[in-house]
Design a protein around this ligand. Sequence first.
Ligand SMILES: [Zn+2]
Length: 74
Amino acid sequence: MGYVFMTSACVGCGQLFNYNPMRVPSIRVNGSREPVCQICVERANPIRLANGLEPIVPYADAYEACDEAELPAD
Ligand SMILES: [Zn+2]
């Protein structure tokens, strides 16, 4: 049993960040899911609210390690 962090660049700001690949908020870019960092979520929420959209509420463990048992078998 182990734990997994994903690390990649945020699609919003380009900063590398760690996240749980099963929980991180993401947006679709050209058909693939791209992860969004916590800073960008916090930056986007006031804009979403101003535009009548629901705020993004990440899972509590979105930026924590993922139990490897939760990863899809592949
Ligand atoms: Zn970002």
